[in-house]
Design a binder for this molecule. Structure first.
Ligand code: SF4
Length: 328
């Protein structure tokens, strides 16, 4: 089947992935492969803008790649690689920076937010983050970038930067990427309050054992108004129920929806059911992860092969770019 176009997406190396990463990105990455030629990049250079130490960078990259592969990213079809393995991205970043007004970068809400989060480390790389992101997309001539609606300003920035470059050098060599608006569900952590995140320690790791998973699920906050077993609950405000809707069979979801409201089912039982369904859902993932992880070199082989294929595209783009800029 011929594919609709080329998709690019990058993610920071955050180590073992959790349910939020799975539902918010990985699941979509896997599905996109059926229709698009996919380029998936682990953006280690981007991570350098904010990390305090690089000691876990290699391991985090490995763990994330392993999770991607176990979840169904198909490296024989998709290009999966590490950003820094394709040095051309830094050259394109530099050339794009020459057509990017500084004020435009410092005005971006994401930059201001990063400054708030890291007031003692506002480095040059942090300011240029969106330019590097544009270079990532443009280098591989991706025409679609799957992002949530909150990322729209970044894609608009990338489009403008590509336009500026093409205008300045009177060329069409770089492609303006289109935003592929993707519905990214907000996955709450086990606290039922904040977005699932490793740094908040409210996450459920995909690679956790069934026992660890069940333990985390049993800690999940439910309808806060339901104090006693005999109190009727409200599934509409309960994070456990939101998860049931994703991972449990329809008839079970329908039963809980009724029984919770009349105190026919208790939260402990409800969570046990969810843990069982989640563990069942994750079984094939865990089996595949164990199989691939038994040979760690195979993960690095995938990343090296991906980098080789990515470099081939990058080299061609940069040849055209250098010619367009008229570098001697
Ligand atoms: S019974 Fe289930 S859906 Fe209802 S409040 Fe408890 S955990 Fe939530």
């Amino acid at each position: 089947m011929s594919k609709k176009g080329r998709v690019f997406s990058g993610a920071r190396p955050t180590g073992r992935q959790h349910l939020g990463n799975y539902l918010g990105a990985i699941k979509n990455y896997v599905a996109l492969q059926d229709e698009y030629e996919c380029v998936y990049c682990i953006v280690d250079l981007h991570a350098l803008t904010t990390v305090d130490t690089t000691k876990d960078l290699k391991q985090n990259t490995y763990e994330m790649a392993l999770d991607w592969l176990a979840a169904g990213i198909r490296p024989e079809e998709s290009i999966v690689f590490i950003q820094s393995h394709v040095p051309q991205v830094t050259e394109l970043h530099l050339l794009l920076s020459m057509v990017t007004p500084l004020g435009k970068l410092t005005d971006l809400p994401t930059f201001k937010e990063k400054v708030r989060q890291n007031p003692n480390n506002v480095n040059y790389g942090l300011v240029g983050y969106p330019v590097l992101m544009t270079a990532d997309i443009a280098l591989y001539k991706a025409d679609s970038v799957p992002v949530g609606i909150d990322q729209a300003p970044h894609i608009e920035f990338a489009r403008e930067t590509v336009r500026s470059f093409n205008y300045r050098y009177n060329t069409k060599v770089l492609i303006e990427p289109q935003m592929k608006a993707t519905e990214i569900p907000k996955v709450l952590g086990i606290d039922g309050q904040q977005k699932m995140s490793k740094s908040l320690d409210n996450h459920i790791e995909l690679a956790a054992t069934p026992e660890e998973t069940t333990k985390r699920v049993m800690q999940m906050v439910t309808d806060p108004a339901r104090i006693k077993r005999t109190d009727p609950g409200n599934p509409d405000v309960c994070n456990v129920f939101s998860m049931h809707k994703i991972f449990s069979p329809d008839d079970e979801v329908a039963m809980i929806n009724v029984e919770c409201r009349r105190a026919g089912i208790g939260c402990v039982d409800c969570k046990k059911r969810f843990a069982a369904n989640l563990n069942k859902h994750l079984e094939p993932f865990r089996a595949k992860r164990a199989e691939i992880g038994a040979n760690p070199d195979s993960v690095m082989d995938v990343l090296n092969d991906g980098a080789k294929r990515a470099r081939a595209i990058a080299a061609k783009t940069m040849e055209e770019v250098r010619e367009a800029v008229a570098l001697p």
